[in-house]
Design a protein around this ligand. Structure first.
Ligand code: ADP
Ligand code: MG
Length: 204
């Protein structure tokens, strides 16, 4: 598929489908440590993205920018601005050719955007715990090309998501629970892993 407009269109649609299919899972996870809206928040946002006329964009960067703005304006909560920033940063750094290092730099820019907005570091029990290991695994495998680096990133992302379970939250609503947040999987790390899994299916 590749990193062109068709590839990014397929990626966003695949992620929208995954969120829609798993809306109850994401909501149930957020019920345990938050306010039970992560599924509905993300579904509302990604359905709005999926409804965009993808063929009207001149480049993948333009589409990613519009997707980010759409998420900021429709999702709300903590995750709206964070996902929105991720896509806006991705848009600014998206490679113009099928360039493995360029995709790695774009993912890194997206991570940096989430961290500069949300101030979460590794271990705070947020989406950063899935995305940061994914970006690092991608970079490690980048010399082998997108077809090797993306699956490595997906595996690291899922492992990072699972590793949120025992953590005590230090950012976001879950942190209000203190020690009681331990024993639950972070909803944002769960949706973020769906985003990387969708990338693995569509951008390679
Ligand atoms: P809200 O918490 O406002 O209800 P959501 O339920 O949609 O928003 O999203 C919750 C998710 O947002 C969390 O599971 C976590 O992964 C992520 N999150 C919250 N705060 C931060 C932060 N400061 N940095 C990174 N991710 C965060
Ligand atoms: Mg919530």
């Amino acid at each position: 598929m590749g990193l062109d407009l068709a590839g990014v269109t397929a990626w966003l649609r695949d992620f929208a489908d995954q969120v829609h299919t798993n809306v109850d899972l994401l909501t149930d996870l957020d019920r345990q440590t938050g306010d039970a809206d992560h599924g509905s928040n993300m579904d509302r946002g990604m359905q709005a993205v999926a409804a965009l006329d993808m063929s009207s964009f001149a480049s993948p960067g333009e589409l990613l920018k519009k997707a980010g703005m759409t998420l900021v304006s429709t999702v709300g909560g903590a995750s709206g601005p964070l996902y929105g920033t991720f896509f806006l940063r991705l848009a600014g750094a998206w490679p113009t050719t099928d360039d493995a290092a360029g995709l790695g730099a774009a993912l890194r820019a997206g991570l940096d955007g989430i961290q500069s907005r949300g101030k979460a570091i590794l271990g705070d029990k947020t989406m950063v715990d899935a995305l940061l290991p994914a970006v690092e695994a991608y970079d490690k495998a980048v010399a082998e090309g997108v077809a090797s680096a993306l699956p490595a990133a997906v595996a690291a992302c899922a492992a990072g998501r699972d590793a949120t379970i025992p953590l005590v939250a230090r950012k976001g609503r879950a942190s209000y629970l203190g020690e009681r947040s331990a024993g639950h999987q972070d909803p944002g790390a769960t949706s973020l892993t769906m985003l990387l899994e969708a990338a693995g299916r569509t951008l390679v």
